[in-house]
Design a binder for this molecule. Structure first.
Ligand code: URA
Length: 237
């Protein structure tokens, strides 16, 4: 990233931008071994080495936490090898480099968290945490009482039984039903495979909640920053 030197110093927590300008003019700042006194000098934050009073200056990243309503047709990666649209393409106006917390399939929509807080990402995606994820799904047919019990007991997918899951029927139609599914793990295409196992395949899938955080009325394709309270909640999980 290219930044003006005074902004770089300010964002590194050295001083306010005004003060940083004074430091530059006073000759206290070196870029790649040379004193720079010209304001507005652009530096490359990845390649250039900046010293202030002979100490290396590193950019202090502001930690940000985002909830995105991912539409179908986007990959949950930062860069796709097939040049498909990625969830990062939807974060217009976000200048920080953020990463998805876990993933949603290309054809799944719904709640996706993104952050540059590596510690939190690690903790939230670690299998031992088992944070509940809630999905709304349109299924072919209507699951029976036995299927609901099966979900509670665990369904065998890829040769391994799932942790207890909840299946609740919200709406029954002739061809389809609408259900809520709550799972704790995050195995590959888990909900789709579980529904295949009870012979009610998924037609549409949307994640509506992660733990106590829900999409509510966040529009598809839009994002919002988490509130301080929501961030604390995730950190305390
Ligand atoms: N389960 C799935 O099958 N797909 C997802 O994207 C998430 C959970």
């Amino acid at each position: 990233m290219e930044l003006r030197l005074q902004k770089f110093l300010a964002e590194s927590g050295i001083a306010s931008r005004r003060k940083a300008e004074q430091f530059i003019v006073m000759g206290k700042v070196e870029v790649n071994g040379k004193v720079v006194t010209e304001l507005g000098t652009k530096i490359d934050t990845e390649k250039d080495t900046v010293l202030y009073e002979n100490k290396k200056v590193v950019l202090k990243q502001k930690l940000i936490y985002i909830m995105l309503h991912k539409p179908e047709g986007y990959v949950t990666t930062v860069k796709d090898q097939f040049q498909r649209a990625t969830v990062i393409d939807l974060l217009k106006g976000v200048t920080e480099r953020v990463y998805p917390v876990g993933r949603l399939d290309y054809d799944t929509s719904g709640l996706l968290l993104l952050t540059n807080d590596g510690d939190l990402t690690y903790r939230l995606t670690h299998p031992k945490h088992n944070i509940e994820k809630t999905y709304e799904a349109k299924l072919f047919g209507t699951p029976s009482e036995q299927d609901i019990i099966q979900f509670r007991r665990g369904v065998s997918i890829d040769g391994k039984k799932t942790e207890p899951a909840k299946l609740e029927i919200l709406q029954k139609g002739e061809k389809y039903s609408i259900v809520h599914i709550v799972i704790q793990e995050g195995r590959n295409r888990q909900v789709r495979k579980m529904c295949d196992a009870i012979k009610h395949p998924v037609s549409q899938l949307k994640r509506i909640g992660t733990g106590k955080l829900f999409l509510n009325d966040l529009e598809k394709g839009k994002y919002r920053y988490l509130t301080e309270k929501e961030i604390q909640y995730l950190k305390n999980l």
